[in-house]
Every structure is written in structure tokens, then in C-alpha cells.
Design a protein around this ligand. Structure first.
Ligand code: 5CA
Ligand code: ZN
Length: 413
């Protein structure tokens, strides 16, 4: 699948030192620095394209864009892969409801998504891969799992046995009761008769009347959800054989901690005989009036609608960065309005002949971002610089600050 247009990252002057990036790792329940490396491998779970990008998706992709940018600003190479769940129950259900072909529905939403990502100045992934185009890979991965005795059949369907991974549960730390509850809410089938463990996850769903299917050694059918991310990540990120883990970061929204990331990590562990990711990083949920924004609830604010109504995409970026990525937070019109005002003031200050000093603010933004992407702190530093510049302080290099804001925070002004 085509990714979206590449984005130039302005250079950061060498005199600014860039400490290692620390990120909160859900599995270790703490903030840990990424080790120094020349190349990082990041996988972020992509959209299920049955509806347009809402602000929740945008916030999650923004989080990983900030990590991506920070590592690039340090001079490292980043291999970044994202999937598209272009075959799954919600997509087929929506296509049936709206009487459209599921492929056309997916294509139209993916096109909208690309436009949103370009507007929000999100760096494109190196590989943007739909499940349908990765079907062979997915089938190969399931075949390998089957050869390692971690699968079994129930009627025409194939399941992954979670006990095959002795570390199952170690990335999400939930009680058995909680796992069962969330599994049922997020597409799992804990009560199905014939399963060995209620948490065992579907790997391959045998063909159902009227649904698309693909041939495989386990019969006609289509893949379960979790295996796609594990198969796509392990292929396109080309893990290093010498490393303790296959990839550096497995990322997505916190709604994916369980079961999705636990299951893909467990499957990845069986496939490669080592922990799947060094860091499991999760972005908090964006809500509207206190309720999680979700396609199934329909309480959505779409990026494309905001932009087409004249909202500056940089104001959307700013509004999302006002709160920390790891927290659940609400979107509000008043927050967007304030963000738009700050963007106008910042643009004005950056275009002044004389501004407040910039070296200190750039160095402090770098430190804030290195510390688990502390965007509220970074924006506070920018606001103080704008105020000082408006009051007539001198000695800064607005061009240099402008380049740093673009490189590190993705604010293209
Ligand atoms: N295709 C799967 C991942 S393999 C999926 O979860 N698709 S999605 O379209 O539902 O979500 C896409 C991404 O946005 C995921 O990383 C998800 O965790 C994140 N996301 C969904 N809703 C929200 C929300 N309200 N706030 C923040 N992030 C969200
Ligand atoms: Zn995923």
C-alpha cells in the first residue's frame, strides 16, 4: 500500500545535545531509556479503515511521530512500519450496512487517512502494509506457529494457544478476571465451546458464507486480528538476529494493551524465540465529554472535517500536545480555540526581527521531549518564549527555533 508524502526534517544544530529518549514501557510499568543505537525499529498499529480518522487516531499517530522525530533528530535511522486492518469484522459489517464493496470502503477511508496524516505533518511509515496484501506472510506465520505446537482447531477455525508463551500476560499485567472481561469486549470469544483456554485467540477463521476468503494450508478462510501485526512487523522491520528482542517499540493506543498487543507479542515470541519488543508504548484514549471516542459509539470528531472547515492542522497538533500522551483526555472546542490563538501568536513571534533568546528554549524542549515526550512542558516553554518576545526581549534566532519546532515537535509554521 502506498504510504503518504515524505516530510523533510530540518536539521538541528550539532551544539544541541540530545539525551537518549526515555519512554514509558507498559510491560515494565516504568520509564526506561531506549539504548543508544544507529537504527530503531518501530511498529505502530494502524487503522481499521471503515470510517474516517478521528482525533483519537490522530493523537495516537502524533505520539509515535514525536518519538520518531526525536530519534531522527538524534541522528539515528528509524525503520517505521504500520499496518492497515483492511479485512476484519467491523469493515465487513459496515460495508454490508452501507451496501458498498468492502474493498472500496477500505480504499476510500485509507485515502482520507493519508490526507489527514499529511495535514497533521506526520512522518510517513517506511512500509504501510494492508493485511490483504500481506496474506502470504500471515499464512506463513500461522504455519510456523502450527509447526511449533501452539495452535489447534475448533471446527473450521484455528486458535493460538496462549499457554505456548510462558510469559503470556507479562506485558499487560491484568488479573485473569479482567483479561476475560476485556477479551470479550474487544473481539474475543471466551465462551466458545471447544477452546482449550477461554483466552486462546483466533488465528484463522474458516470460510463463512458470503464473506471473502483466501486459500491456506488450514482451509479457505481469513486471518484473526492479532497475527497480522506480528507477521507484518517481523517481516518488514527485518529484526536483527543478535538482539534480545525483535523490535524496539510496539506502539498503539492503550485500548490495544490487551488483548491485541499481548497476543501479538506472545505469537511473536513463539515465532522468533525472544521477546517481541523492548518497549510496549501506549497512547491514552481521547474522549469527547468524558467518553472514549470510538467508531462503535459514534461520538467522533473527524480530522478531515475540522480541516475542511478551516481549522489549522497545526492547531490540532498543538491542542493534542497540550496534555501528556500517556493520559486519557478529552477533546474540546475551547482547547482547540486556545491552540489556534497560540499558533497565531507563535507564527507572529517567529516572524519578528528581534525575539527572546532561543538556545535555552530549544535545549529545554529537547530535554522535555527526551523525558517520555513531555509535550505539556515543551508547549509551556514555547508560550514563555512567545510572551518574552512580545514584551521586546532580544537576542534570539527565530529561524533556528522554527527549524527545531518542526524537527522535534512537528510544528511546521
Ligand atoms: N487496526 C487496529 C489495530 S491493528 C485498530 O485498533 N484500528 S482502529 O482504527 O480502531 O485504531 C487505530 C489506532 O488508533 C490504534 O492504535 C488505536 O489504539 C488508536 N485509537 C483508537 N481510538 C482511540 C482513541 N479514542 N484515542 C486514542 N487512540 C485511539
Ligand atoms: Zn495491531
Amino acid at each position: 500500500m502506498n504510504s503518504w508524502a515524505s516530510v523533510a526534517i530540518p536539521p538541528l544544530d550539532k551544539r544541541f545535545s540530545t539525551p537518549p529518549l526515555s519512554l514509558w514501557d507498559t510491560a515494565r510499568a516504568g520509564s526506561y531509556p531506549l539504548p543508544d543505537k544507529d537504527l530503531y525499529r518501530i511498529y505502530v498499529c494502524g487503522i481499521t479503515p471503515y470510517d474516517a480518522t478521528h482525533l483519537g487516531h490522530a493523537a495516537t499517530y502524533l505520539t509515535f511521530d514525536l518519538a520518531h522525530r526525536y530519534l531522527r533528530a538524534r541522528g539515528a535511522e528509524v525503520r517505521f512500519v504500520q499496518n492497515i486492518t483492511d479485512i476484519d469484522d467491523p469493515l465487513l459489517e459496515r460495508a454490508l450496512r452501507d451496501n458498498v464493496d468492502w474493498r472500496e470502503l477500505a480504499q476510500s477511508q485509507i485515502a482520507l487517512f493519508r490526507g489527514d496524516m499529511v495535514n497533521l505533518h506526520i512522518l510517513p511509515p517506511d512500509h504501510y502494509i494492508g493485511v490483504v496484501e500481506a496474506m502470504e506472510l500471515v499464512i506463513q506465520s500461522i504455519t510456523t506457529l502450527a509447526s511449533r505446537s501452539s495452535t489447534y482447531e475448533v471446527d473450521k477455525d484455528l486458535y493460538f494457544s496462549v499457554h505456548a508463551d510462558s510469559d503470556f500476560g507479562s506485558r499487560s499485567h491484568l488479573s485473569q478476571e479482567k483479561m476475560l472481561e476485556i477479551f470479550a469486549e474487544r473481539g474475543g470469544d471466551p465462551t466458545r465451546i471447544g477452546k482449550r483456554d477461554p483466552l486462546d485467540a483466533l488465528l484463522w477463521l474458516g470460510h463463512r458464507e458470503g464473506e471473502p476468503s483466501w486459500p491456506s494450508p488450514f482451509g479457505e478462510g481469513r486471518p484473526g486480528w492479532h497475527i497480522e501485526c506480528c507477521a507484518i512487523a517481523l517481516h518488514y522491520l527485518e529484526p536483527e538476529t543478535s538482539s534480545d528482542t525483535s523490535i524496539d517499540i510496539q506502539g498503539g493506543g492503550s485500548d490495544l494493551i490487551f488483548p491485541h498487543h499481548e497476543m501479538s507479542a506472545a505469537q511473536g515470541k513463539i515465532l522468533q524465540g525472544r521477546e517481541f519488543a523492548s518497549h510496549y508504548v501506549h497512547s491514552g484514549m481521547i474522549g469527547l465529554e468524558g467518553v472514549k471516542m470510538s467508531k462503535s459509539l459514534g461520538n467522533l470528531v473527524f480530522v478531515s472535517k475540522l480541516v475542511s472547515s478551516g481549522v489549522d492542522p497545526m492547531a490540532i497538533r498543538w491542542a493534542l500536545m497540550e496534555s501528556h500522551y500517556s493520559t486519557d483526555r478529552s477533546w474540546s472546542d475551547s482547547g482547540l480555540l486556545k491552540a489556534s490563538e497560540w499558533i497565531i501568536r507563535l507564527r507572529r513571534a517567529l516572524s519578528m526581527m528581534e525575539t527572546a533568546p532561543t538556545d535555552g528554549v530549544i535545549a529545554s524542549i529537547i530535554s522535555a521531549q527526551a523525558d517520555n515526550l513531555d509535550t505539556p512542558k515543551s508547549l509551556q516553554l514555547i508560550k514563555e518564549w512567545v510572551l518574552a518576545s512580545e514584551l521586546g526581549a532580544e537576542g534570539g534566532s527565530p529561524g533556528e527555533l522554527s527549524r527545531a519546532l518542526d524537527a522535534i515537535l512537528g510544528l511546521a509554521l
